[in-house]
Ligand binder design. Structure first.
Ligand code: ATP
Length: 599
């Protein structure tokens, strides 16, 4: 049953959207929005909280009552596309703190967009196209995780915000009144996204920006100084060039070192033995971002060999050549290879992992992939296809646009919005999924092998999914971040490799509870937690954001105890994942009972 307050908020929100057809829509205050399936309302699996409101194309008029709808704390999606809702964009939208998707395409909204819109720090998709919005945009660049911004066909003016264009997947501001230079779009978007704004200039538009106004007198005082600087710069460059030529001439006689970098399309790809990255950071990827096509990394691959498509209708008929031709972008280099985002001609976006120097035979690789593919769980990302030759192994996954758990906890997003209930939910789902996989694959001896928060991805419904299951061979699966506590021989037997996963999961629990990085300034998270707990300062370990939301200390301590069991230095002392999932489920049930007893 949904809280009465939520039901009232929904009814008030609907009252403001007066229309001929919405007399009812099944939103009857005497019934329950979740159990009685109010049209357009989607709830969580327990039918207790409202997650989405999607009322596209219902001829709704009236206005958007944000103060009512945003009082529903659990709301993540609000979609009113293709209606006739009018009036200003309400200031109170900032109360929708957990909103990830806001769709208002093709309505009659007008006036300025309020500054408060930029406070929606969890927003991923923002669509306000085909309305009558005017004025300047608020500083939407503050929403660091934004993936879609569609605002075409409005009367918006001023300059285009400095979005993080390397992160945006979709962007269109065409047919507005924007002016000034186009920001650096990182070659991600073309003219179509900008056309119909006569005041805009600069790349990729054909009209260049006018030269900057002449310098003021005050500045010209320094001009002789500037000239001197430029002059010395030239001399320095000339000297450098001379040095380089001399070095080349003398260096020629020396034996040539092995050429290690393959550059094509302007992108450098390290083809040396894979240098293990010391941290498990997922954010390092953004520094390495650049445009690729996989062709530039496939040296030695036989392009005519076939790509083995597993049980996926999404990529049925996909050829290896299609993968190589498609534009690709490096997302990151992990310990075991590089990950590329590849966009196919039909718009399907894939994540392609290129494994390097990987100690597994092609036969074992194929066997593992097929075994893993046969075991399906909604919280485990199945590979869509793979490629396997002597030199190269590629794995194709569906691209998950909502980021990883690592990004959620440690990224620029405000981790405060990742509340206790959600963290406990993630822990429970991942534990359950991992327990299921262990159970199904125990006989085949296939564990995950590299479990960490960058490998927990959020799918389009924001459910956590374990990625890259079964990729690691047992002797390689000791991540430097937890090797300090793990026994080096433990992965050498089959049961040991499952216990390595339990350890990895324990570390994820610590990240959820503390909000801290696994390895920071040389301090190992597991060691730090142990030392704090030993000194009986347990509360000190918890994330301040959890303490400030007054999450139950008792249940946090219970979860911490589960984590400590998982990271026991002796593998045999660790529980198995089935037991872990059971313990976390008990904590979750207690949490749910306590919430309903407050109600
Ligand atoms: N299918 C996917 N969709 C979207 N992002 C992904 C996908 N798989 C991985 N990522 C993200 O891409 C980044 C790079 O991934 P990659 O697997 O190369 O690195 P890693 O997980 O840090 O290291 P490792 O090689 O040890 O797994 C990570 O931030 C990861 O969260």
């Amino acid at each position: 049953q949904v809280e009465d307050g939520v039901k009232e908020a929904l009814v008030k929100f609907m009252e403001k959207l007066s229309s001929e057809r919405n007399q009812n829509l099944g939103w009857d205050p005497s019934s329950d929005p979740c159990n009685d399936k109010w049209v357009g309302v989607t709830c969580d699996t327990k039918l207790q909280s409202v997650r989405k409101i999607v009322l596209d194309g219902f001829n709704l008029t009236g206005s958007l009552d944000a103060s009512s709808v945003c009082s529903i704390d659990s709301l993540v999606v609000l979609s009113l596309n293709d209606n006739d809702v009018a009036g200003n964009f309400p200031e109170e939208i900032s109360d929708c703190k957990h909103l990830t998707h806001l769709y208002l395409n093709a309505n009659q909204f007008s006036g300025n967009l309020p500054d408060s819109l930029s406070q929606l720090s969890n927003l991923k998709r923002l669509v306000i196209s085909n309305n009558k919005f005017s004025g300047e945009l608020p500083d939407l660049a503050r929403i660091s995780g934004l993936l879609t911004f569609f605002a075409e066909n409005n009367q918006l003016s001023g300059s285009i915000p400095q979005f993080d264009f390397s992160n945006l997947l979709e962007f269109n501001v065409s047919n507005n009144n924007f002016s000034g230079p186009v920001p650096d779009l990182k070659s991600r978007f073309g003219v179509d996204s900008l056309s119909g704004n006569p005041g805009l200039c600069g790349k990729p538009l054909p009209n260049a920006c006018p030269p900057p106004p002449p310098q003021s007198k005050k500045k010209s005082k320094h001009s002789s100084n500037d000239r001197f600087l430029i002059f010395s710069g030239y001399i320095f460059l000339a000297l450098l060039l001379l040095l380089l030529v001399t070095w080349k001439m003398f260096g020629k006689n020396k034996p040539k070192k092995e050429k290690t970098v393959d550059v094509r399309k302007g992108a450098a790809v390290d083809t040396r033995r894979n240098k293990p990255s010391s941290s498990s950071s997922g954010l390092k990827s953004s520094e390495n971002k650049s445009e690729y096509s996989l062709t530039s990394v496939e040296s030695g691959m036989n392009a005519s060999s076939s790509l083995l498509v597993l049980t996926s209708p999404e990529v049925n008929g996909l050829k290896f050549e299609d993968l190589l031709r498609a534009p690709a972008e490096l997302l990151g280099r992990g310990k075991y290879g590089s990950l590329y985002m590849v966009t196919l001609d039909n718009g399907v976006i894939l994540a392609v992992k290129r494994l390097k120097d990987w100690n597994i035979s092609s036969e074992d690789f194929k066997r593992n992939m097929h075994k893993v593919d046969q075991v399906k769980h909604p919280n485990v990302l199945s590979p869509l296809a793979y490629y396997c030759s002597k030199q190269e192994k590629l794995l194709v996954y569906p691209y998950q646009p909502n980021g990883s758990l690592f990004k959620f906890l440690h990224g620029s997003q405000n981790s405060e919005s990742f509340d206790w209930g959600s963290r406990l939910g993630v822990a429970a789902s991942v534990a359950k999924a991992l327990a299921f996989m262990h159970e199904e694959l125990r006989e085949s001896g296939i564990a995950h092998g590299n479990l960490k928060s960058t490998n927990i991805l959020f799918n389009k419904n924001m459910d956590p999914c374990i990625s890259e299951y079964g990729l690691m061979v047992t002797e390689n699966n000791q991540d430097s971040s937890f090797v300090a506590q793990s026994n080096s021989t433990e992965s050498n037997n089959i049961n040991g490799s499952f216990k390595v996963d339990v350890y990895g999961f324990g570390v994820i629990l610590l990240e959820l509870l503390t909000g801290k990085l696994v390895q920071s300034n040389g301090i190992n998270l597991a060691k730090w937690v142990h030392s704090v707990v030993r000194e009986e300062w347990t509360v000190e370990v918890f994330d301040k954001a959890l303490l400030s939301e007054a999450a139950s200390e008792e249940r946090m301590v219970n979860l911490l105890q589960v984590a400590l069991k998982c990271i026991n230095p002796s593998p045999n002392e660790r529980p198995n994942m089935d037991q872990v999932a059971g313990m976390i489920n008990t904590i979750k049930e207690e949490e749910e009972r306590s919430i309903s007893s407050v109600e």
